[in-house]
Design a protein around this ligand. Sequence first.
Ligand code: MRU
Length: 347
Amino acid sequence: MEQSYESISWQDDHLVILDQTQLPLREIYSEVHTIGQVWDAIKKLKVRGAPAIGIAGAYGLYLGVRELDSKNFTSFNVELNRWIEYLKTSRPTAVNLSWALDRISQTVYANKDKELDEIKEIILETAKTIHDEDKRVCKKIGHNGAELVKKGSHILTHCNTGGLATGAFGTAFSVIWHANDSGKDIHVWVDETRPLLQGARLTTWELQNAEIPFHLIPDSAAGSLMQSGKVDLIIVGADRVTANGDTANKIGTYPLAVLAKENEIPFYVALPVSTFDLSTEKGDDIEIEERDPEEVTFLAKTQITPKKTDAYNPAFDVTPHEYITGFITENGLIEPDFKKNIKALFD
Ligand code: MRU
């Protein structure tokens, strides 16, 4: 069985994204023609999830540079780096965005003696490669993770980590998808994931499409379900994992990990190797995106608080590595000692 939708696709000379702010009520595919529109789509979460924003950013960079009429490589490279820094300002926490943009920058430099038109085409080809690689990597993550899932497991997940958040299939969601596909008879507990409800709006939509049994739960119910033996394992995605294994993911992940340890429930993080950030030593060093307070005080455009209520809205939290059972990657399962074993992935 294949996925019936693509969160991002390149068509002729532009990008098409499935607008995730409109799901699940409306399936709207929007055309994106400029780098500014890509920046806006990432900022507003029309395209979201760490690998997906890396892919969109890569195409966005091409949309920016194709307009340049630089006379030589030096001035082209200055403009390229300006666009890279601009795209990076859209969302700071997920490392996949800067990973994809820096990869393109290195590829450009390696081809600096070519004609500028040829370099522009190389940028587009690199964006397509990043996109295709992610689809293959996500499948592998799913296969590797499904081996850890016992028959009849109740799996709890947080936020959205599916095909919407990646090139295809997802990370944690790919594990769930492949476990279900191999007849493991699983059931999923879906955290609604306040404030933007990626679980309630997007993960449920993807589970329904894939005909995987699930129940949606309020975020605040997760601890009690663990305590009463209703959760066999937890699998989440990641936005950035530092050299020691500390993991930034959607706000609300850290309390799940702490309660999993308390209740002796395995807690796995599924991610592509590109989400590891060896240049950042530990979780305290990760920049956490703070979003508009109105995402908390409003629900579907209706204010749910007294007027002038101030809110604090961090988009991610950091789970210290000691709460993590293992990392499920395309290269297999990474277990403690995380610092040593994560480094080995890059040796
Ligand atoms: O703010 P979002 O919706 O982009 O947050 C997404 C997450 O936290 C995901 O868990 C993470 O990016 C992994 S997606 C495969």
